[in-house]
Design a protein around this ligand. Structure first.
Ligand SMILES: Cc1ncc(C[n+]2csc(CCOP(=O)(O)OP(=O)(O)O)c2C)c(N)n1
Ligand SMILES: [Mg+2]
Length: 802
């Protein structure tokens, strides 16, 4: 194994010196950025700053062993690392602070994320994969502490899959699974459940993952004594240490200011993880925060003087400087000269970034001022317009909002004017808004050719009239999927050996192996994280959450990470993860499978699909695997043993995404529902015919996206009445559906009766059949609600029921 002394022996002193001075240059550059960055926030040019000062030196060591194809999953302190791997410049640092919306200038997120959230581009501008084996990769950071951990597990596991599963085209993703996933996390954030869940799971899975804990003894103002048992994360994780008989972790501790020791440690860690596929923890101690936690406050408020003094002495950059001089690598004068050059470079870079940010806005400001100037001379409200013009002119460093809002305010002063200048103003507002809005709103979903909504329906075909249990359709379709896509894999609680709790994967582990059809521990958040990380490295994971109710344990990871990934990278990273779960119409507070409203509101960015039977569900999987987007598929829990006609084109038939299906035509009222509840609705629709009400029944199928062809409003145009039937709480998914129909599809204009929703009670559904009957909408509830609507219109024909 190579050590720093070996390195010295291998290369000439000049090369050795150059490498160390280059490291020092990066450390000082990074520090200087932090110092100036703070000032930019305090003077108001940037909104918020959180920087990597005090954590520079260990990141240099990590960067040295970080190879092409490797992935980082870290947090906001890692700017030095990003600079050291060549993926972050001074200009990019400041452009991030200013929130420059040009992805070429601010490649981390095009201004969508605060500075300190680092990203590399896995996709080109058309959404196609770049070759990830020839670049150094950083998965896009998120702000919630420890939120980077679940994904890290999957990034590491991908190497294991690529190394051990044959037949996958790994060209752009892996070279024999030799890639390491590098996690970074603050000491205080290790208090989070997501950290411990990930840590345990990686030990079980034995994946090539190296977690660095940057330990500065604090989490904002809260000392380690309130965060960590024994105030020492590596100490309490000692039980995970591997030994001759048991697999586990390799655990290192090292001081964050000790440059040579850090290099030795990282070399060893890299080797162990890369070659042996064993996870490693590096507890990097004795780090500092020279400027406190962030620009929101100062650490003098909560750190004792002794600690502040200790931090000044143990600042890792200062220690590295001392080491360089003590080892005669460079003199004090040489280093001072270098530091002065860097100071100037950072100042120049900052200036250039500000210019880049300001220039296009100033151009628009000038245009608007000139339009307003002309308009003020024409309009009878000229004085008011002139005032706005003067205010806009006076802004020396405008942001987009200043310019656009001034222009839009003028509109109300020229309502009655009719002149070319007004037309100019309106045209400018329209075109500038059209240009700017996508900068903030694009790429929530895929904009590539493979977007799931571009994939056409293929109907199931039937050779014969064979009826089988729904689970057989799911199972046989998955069999086709695993055969067709070597990169597809499924994992979850009980998904492997027994082939899931409803046997939709029965026998498939035997056929496709334990890595592709796998059991996992009971750990929903990291099941999703596994899926996110693997999907980010080109695999097609299907993460199984045993019941919809338990998706809540994973919701932070789904909502914060998966749902925002494409958006927060402006389309430069993706995780086309399929989440498979089952829900609807079950009984009991924790098994009712109904909480879709809550989910819908938290997962924009993910497709939410609610197939009413297993053929529809299987069709969704086939569609999704051709697409490039994440999705949640909620199978009907009570549908596995119900008979369905067995299709003959498994793996081929596709359920379209974002399209409703009309299950029964009718003229009197439109009934909208989804999932298992549809069985009740269809039964009620038949019963209604007996009293002379002919209802149209529509299956939504896909909640997100919702009825992209606006077929529901077409139905309401005919029936003039609407009832939404949902088993979620009042104001849950039914409110979402109603909003789509009334606001997006403008159905209000066709309604002759109040649009209604019928939902479950506000409480969670009680256990047992009677619990269900009194908690969720029953067939009688649905019948009576519809009947009442008609009684209200025509009490003669529809006398009161009760
Ligand atoms: C889930 C969540 N809770 C709280 C926060 C607010 N917060 C941001 S950073 C931080 C402290 C993190 O400390 P540590 O992990 O030690 O990292 P350090 O900043 O010290 O490097 C907190 C509480 C957050 N971002 N996310
Ligand atoms: Mg800390």
């Amino acid at each position: 194994m190579q050590t720093i002394s070996d390195l010295k022996k291998e290369i000439s002193f000049d090369d050795f010196k150059a490498e160390i001075l280059n490291d020092y240059r990066i450390a000082v550059t990074s520090r200087e950025c932090s110092l100036l960055g703070r000032r930019e926030v305090l003077t108001g040019k940037a909104k918020f700053g959180i920087f990597g000062d005090g954590k520079e030196v260990p990141q240099l060591a990590m960067a040295k062993v970080f190879q092409n194809g490797d992935f980082r999953s870290g947090y906001y302190r890692d700017q030095t690392f990003m600079m050291a791997i060549g993926e972050f410049t001074i200009e990019q640092f400041f452009s991030g602070l200013y929130a420059n919306t040009d992805l070429k200038i601010e490649p981390m997120s095009a201004g969508r994320q605060m500075g300190g959230h680092f990203t590399t581009h896995s996709l080109d501008e058309n959404g196609n994969w770049n070759d990830l084996t020839i670049i150094k990769n950083s998965s896009s950071d998120i702000s919630p502490t420890a939120g980077q951990m679940p994904r890290l597990l999957g990034l590491a596991q991908a190497s294991k899959i690529y190394r051990n599963v044959k037949g996958i085209d790994s060209t752009k993703f892996s070279i024999e699974g030799n890639e390491v996933a590098w996690g970074t996390i603050g000491n205080a954030s290790t208090s989070e459940g997501l950290f411990f869940e990930t840590f345990n799971a990686a030990g079980v899975l034995q994946v090539p993952m190296v977690i660095s804990v940057w330990d500065d003894e604090y989490g904002i103002s809260v000392h380690a004594k309130h965060q960590t048992t024994k105030e020492n994360i590596s100490e309490i994780l000692k039980g995970f240490q591997r030994n001759e008989n048991e697999k586990g972790y390799e655990i290192f501790t090292v001081n964050g200011w000790d440059y040579p020791a850090l290099i030795d440690t990282y070399l060893r860690a890299s080797q162990i993880a890369r070659v042996e596929h064993v996870p490693v923890l590096i507890h990097v101690k004795e780090l500092t925060q020279p400027q406190g936690h962030s620009t929101s406050g100062s650490h003098e408020r909560y750190k004792p003087v002794e600690r502040l003094n200790w931090e000044s002495e143990h600042d890792c950059n200062i220690k590295m400087r001392e080491w360089i001089i003590a080892n005669n690598i460079a003199t004090n004068e040489e280093l001072s000269a270098l530091e002065n050059t860097i100071k100037k470079e950072v100042r120049d870079g900052k200036k250039a970034s500000w210019e880049l940010f300001l220039k296009p806005i100033k151009k628009e400001q000038k245009k608007v001022v000139s339009i307003l100037n002309e308009l003020s001379q024409k309009s009878s409200n000229g004085a008011f317009i002139k005032k706005i013009q003067d205010q806009l002119t006076a802004i020396h460093e405008p942001i987009v909002k200043d310019v656009l809002s001034a222009a839009r305010k003028v509109l109300r002063y020229v309502i009655n004017d009719d002149c070319v200048e007004k037309e100019q103003l309106v045209n400018w507002i329209n075109s500038y808004s059209k240009e700017m809005q996508p900068k903030f709103s694009s790429h929530l979903y895929s904009e590539s050719e493979s977007s799931a909504i571009n994939i056409s329906e293929v109907k199931p075909s039937y050779d014969k009239d064979e009826l089988v249990d729904g689970r057989i359709i799911i199972r046989d379709n998955f069999d086709y999927i695993f055969n067709k896509y070597p990169e597809a894999l499924v994992f979850g609680e009980d998904s492997g050996n027994i082939g899931d709790v409803n046997q939709g994967l029965e026998g498939l582990q035997n056929k496709y192996g334990e890595l592709r059809v796998a059991d996992t521990g009971i750990r929903e958040a990291t099941i999703i994280g596994q899926g996110i990380g693997m999907a980010m490295r080109g695999l097609r994971p299907i993460a199984e959450i045993q019941y919809l109710d338990y998706l809540l344990y994973a919701l932070p990871t789904i909502s914060d990470d998966l749902a925002t990934l494409h958006y927060r990278t402006k389309g430069r990273q993706k995780a086309p993860l399929i989440i498979r779960t089952r829900g609807h119409r079950l009984e009991g507070i924790w098994h009712s499978g109904s909480q879709l409203g809550g989910i819908l509101n938290l997962v924009r960015g993910i497709h939410v699909l609610v197939p009413r039977n297993m053929t529809k569900a299987a069709g969704f999987y086939n569609t999704l695997l051709e697409g490039d987007e994440p999705a949640l598929v909620v199978e009907c829990l009570n549908g596995y043993r119900l008979k369905e006609k067995k299709p003959s084109n498994f793996g081929e038939f596709k359920t379209p995404i974002g399209q409703v299906e009309i299950l029964k035509t009718g003229n009197d009222i439109t009934l909208v529902s989804y999932g298992s509840t549809l069985r009740l609705v269809r039964q009620v629709a038949k019963e209604l015919l007996e009293v002379g009400i002919d209802a149209e029944v529509i299956d939504v199928q896909s909640l997100l996206p919702f009825d992209i062809n606006h077929d529901i409003v077409k139905s309401i145009e005919k029936t003039n009445r609407l009832l939404i039937i949902d088993e979620d709480v009042p104001g849950g998914a039914s409110a979402f559906v109603l909003n789509e129909i009334l606001n997006t599809q403008n159905a209000y204009q066709f309604l002759d009766s109040q649009p209604k929703t019928i939902t479950a009670k506000a409480h969670r559904p009680a256990y047992g059949t009677d619990g269900d009957y009194f908690s969720k909408p029953s067939a009688e509830d649905i019948f009576e609600t519809i009947y009442d609507i008609f009684h209200e219109i025509n009490p003669m024909n529809f006398p009161k029921l009760r």
